[in-house]
Design a protein around this ligand. Structure first.
Ligand code: UD1
Length: 420
């Protein structure tokens, strides 16, 4: 198993190129299950989660090549409808095949994803919506068995909670359904918006894109002639590098970003005293003269993203004053707190709220990554800490950050990948 050894404190400088968004690429890859043609996706991030999903699609009968961020996918040959446990258990987002497979084939069998480190993460809202569209769903031996012998039917669906992959799954199902589907209380994340835009550009009648209410007129089972497209930049990777600049007191520039996708993150960094210059798709962060404490609440887009909570928690340990960070989306997303404490952070947890007493001197230690974004928070803290930190279990990082250590090393970080 690999781990990262980081020598701190470190100063960064220079420019880093942001990769395509993993969370956009995942639903967009499963979207190609609705197509009858070969589709080319550019700016595809070459991270473990994408490779896992491609393997799942290959098991279903698809063919794909991924070279230099160009992904060519042909799902016209898909002849299986079972997503088995071995793959789904390693990546919850595999559930994104459920809507497209059911819509295209009228039946599918997808392993239940189960819990994960950051909480229960049920899929009840995905299933309830599909049932409203006429699917008969049974759970047997750990699998969701879904059938829609007459095809899925348009429906009026109100999501009880805003769900990102839930919205994506049902949008894809509705695209091939019979008649009109209205989805209320949808996720508005840029990744969902891009999914809807590609569907629209591929001929599906879909309105309300970017709002919380989407209306989709299904093709009645007809597969799509899908357009080629470029995946949007990863706003969470970008936010993580902005935090890297802030935590190491450095000026760095990010290239190939969508600054408008980062408004909530930028606003918090500015409140903490950092300055951010935007020039087209470039963003430059200048560190704060004195890092100020912050109050933030994670919520659905366009509010502050839960996927940036851990990184800001790391940053808050160095700020002047007491920061309050409230996690509203996932019940168990503070696993990084005890690891940050090992580095010397003074953080008190009370339910969904972390109180961070700032200006803690951080010292290198052995720490364990617990989930994807928690891992990046540990890397950030390690770059600010005095001495050597070893971050173990970095397979979490490899799931979603492309070439993290190469990118940080190019910015001047002392970071190396070693084997246990
Ligand atoms: C996606 C992102 C993840 C991000 C999260 C929230 C992908 C691949 N992953 O995850 O990085 O942290 O959005 O922005 O895009 N819920 C239910 N029932 C459901 C579905 C969700 O109760 O059927 C709850 C979840 O437990 C959670 C909340 O709704 O509390 C939001 O979850 P959701 O938006 O679905 O997260 P994901 O799509 O899994």
């Amino acid at each position: 198993m690999d781990y990262l050894r980081i020598q701190g404190p470190t100063k960064l400088s220079g420019t880093v190129t942001i990769s395509g968004a993993k969370n956009a690429a995942l639903p967009l890859i499963t979207l190609t299950l609705l197509a009858h043609n070969k589709v080319t996706l550019t700016n595809t991030p070459e991270v473990a989660d994408i490779k896992t999903l491609l393997k799942l699609l290959e098991n279903l009968g698809a063919t794909s090549t991924l070279n230099n961020h160009v992904l060519e996918l042909d799902t016209s040959t898909v002849n299986h409808t079972m997503a088995n446990y071995d793959i789904v258990k390693t990546m919850r987002a595999s559930i994104l095949v459920l809507g497209p497979l059911l819509a295209r084939f009228g039946h599918c069998e997808v392993s239940l994803p189960g819990g994960c480190a950051i909480g229960q993460r049920p899929i009840d809202l995905h299933l309830k919506a599909l049932e409203q569209m006429g699917a008969e769903i049974t759970i047997h031996a750990g699998y969701v068995n879904a059938v829609a012998p007459k095809g899925l039917q348009g429906a009026h669906i109100i999501f009880d909670k805003i769900t990102v992959t839930g919205t994506a799954n049902i949008v894809m199902a509705a695209a091939l359904a019979h008649g009109k589907t209205v989805l209320v209380n949808c996720a508005k994340e840029p990744e969902v918006v891009q999914l809807c835009e590609i569907l629209r550009d591929s001929g599906v009648d879909i309105t309300g894109i970017g709002s919380s209410e989407l209306t989709i007129i299904g093709t009645g089972g007809k597969t799509l002639e899908m357009v080629d497209f470029e995946i949007i930049p990863d706003r969470i990777e970008a936010g993580t590098y902005l935090c890297a600049g802030a935590i190491t007191n450095s000026t760095i520039t990010l290239e190939k970003v969508r600054p408008d996708h980062l408004d909530a993150v930028t606003a918090k960094l500015e409140q903490m005293g950092c300055t951010i210059d935007i020039d087209g798709t470039n963003m430059t962060i200048h560190p704060a003269a004195e890092l100020k404490h912050v109050e933030l609440i994670t919520q659905e887009y366009p509010a502050f993203p839960t996927d940036m909570q851990a990184q800001f928690l790391a940053l808050a340990t160095l700020a002047k004053g007491t920061s309050i960070i409230e996690e509203r989306l996932f019940e168990n997303r503070f696993m990084h707190v005890s690891e940050l404490q090992r580095l010397g952070a003074d953080i008190r947890l009370n339910g969904h709220t972390a109180t961070v007493i700032g200006e803690s001197p951080l010292f290198g230690a052995d720490v364990m990554a617990t989930d994807l974004r928690a891992s990046s928070a540990l890397v950030l803290a390690a770059m600010a800490a005095e001495g050597t930190t070893n971050v173990h279990r970095i397979y979490h990082l490899d799931r979603g950050y492309e070439n993290l250590e190469q990118k940080l090393r190019a910015l001047g970080a002392k970071i190396e990948r070693l084997s246990e």
